[in-house]
Design a protein around this ligand. Structure first.
Ligand SMILES: [Ca+2]
Length: 259
C-alpha cells in the first residue's frame, strides 16, 4: 500500500507537467472546461439518466449517464443558458455563469397535468444592434425575431380557480437600470424593462435577468376552453437620441403553470 501512496504524487507531478506542456494554438491557449455535473429528481433526489442537455449559444448537446452525470465540454467563455429536457419532467433551463467553478446539480420537477409548454426554443427579441457591454451580449447567436414575441395557446376547463402563472425559464440581456445596479451589465445607458402581456393586458415588467421567473396571471384574464394570448415585448434604450434602439434580449422555455 505504501508503494502506491508514493506513486500517486509522482503521477500527479507528471500529469501537471503534461498540462503545462499543452501547446498554444495560433497564439490562443486552447481551453476546455470539463465538469462532472448531475441531474436529479427534485422530490426524491434520485439521479435522472438520459436527460438531454442543450446549450443553444454554442450548439452543444449531451445526455446524462446512468447515474445522472453529464460533462460540459464547451468553451464556456460567457454566461450561457443550459436547457434540460426529460420526458415526464418540466422543461428546465438555468443560466450558467462564466465564473461558476463548482459542478452543477440540477433538480428537475415532475410535470403536472395543468402544465402547458408555450415555447421551448430560444427566442431573441430586439434589433440585432447592441453594445458589447450589454448583459450577455457575447452570447447572442440567434437573429432577432423583432421587438416582440406573441403566441396563442389553449387553456382547458377547470383551471380558472387555481393560481396560474406564465413562467419564463431563463432570460438574458435585460439592460434595465436595476440590472445595471445589480452588476448584470456595464452598459453606459439603460433600457426600459421588457413587458409581459396576457390577453392584451400588461401583467408584468421584467427588471432582472435570471431563471424561473414566475408571473402571476390575474384570474379574470384567463379564458377557459379557448385560445389565450401571451406577448413579451422588449424594452428600448432610454438615453440614445440619434436612433430608436430596442434592448436585445434572449429567453428560453416559456410555459403556463397552474397550481
Ligand atoms: Ca438593440
Amino acid at each position: 500500500m505504501k508503494k502506491y501512496l508514493f506513486i500517486i504524487p509522482i503521477l500527479s507531478i507528471i500529469f501537471a507537467l503534461e498540462a503545462c506542456a499543452e501547446p498554444f494554438q495560433g497564439g490562443i491557449e486552447k481551453q476546455e472546461f470539463i465538469k462532472s455535473n448531475r441531474i436529479v429528481d427534485s422530490a426524491t433526489n434520485q439521479p435522472i439518466s438520459n436527460a438531454e442537455i442543450f446549450i443553444p449559444q454554442s450548439n452543444f448537446r449531451t445526455t446524462t449517464d446512468g447515474n445522472g452525470y453529464f460533462t460540459l465540454r464547451a468553451d464556456m467563455d460567457g454566461d450561457m443558458i443550459i436547457s434540460v429536457q426529460k420526458d415526464g419532467y418540466r422543461p428546465f433551463t438555468t443560466t450558467f455563469l462564466k465564473d461558476t467553478n463548482s459542478p452543477l446539480k440540477l433538480s428537475l420537477v415532475k410535470e403536472k397535468p395543468a402544465d402547458i409548454s408555450i415555447e421551448c426554443e430560444m427566442c431573441h427579441l430586439g434589433d440585432d444592434t447592441y453594445s458589447s457591454n450589454s448583459a450577455n451580449s457575447a452570447e447572442f447567436k440567434i437573429k432577432s425575431i423583432g421587438p416582440f414575441y406573441t403566441k396563442n395557446f389553449q387553456i382547458p376547463k377547470g383551471i380558472k380557480d387555481k393560481d396560474c402563472y406564465i413562467v419564463i425559464g431563463s432570460i438574458i440581456g435585460v439592460d434595465t437600470e436595476l440590472a445595471r445596479k445589480m452588476g448584470q451589465n456595464h452598459a453606459n445607458s439603460y433600457a426600459t424593462p421588457p413587458e409581459v402581456f396576457f390577453n392584451g393586458v400588461k401583467i408584468s415588467e421584467i427588471q432582472l435577468n435570471g431563471d424561473n421567473q414566475k408571473i402571476k396571471i390575474p384570474n379574470n384574464l384567463i379564458r377557459e376552453n379557448t385560445e389565450n394570448e401571451v406577448t413579451i415585448r422588449t424594452g428600448h434604450n432610454v438615453l440614445k437620441s440619434d436612433r430608436f434602439d430596442y434592448d436585445d434580449i434572449e429567453f428560453m422555455n416559456l410555459s403556463f403553470q397552474a397550481e
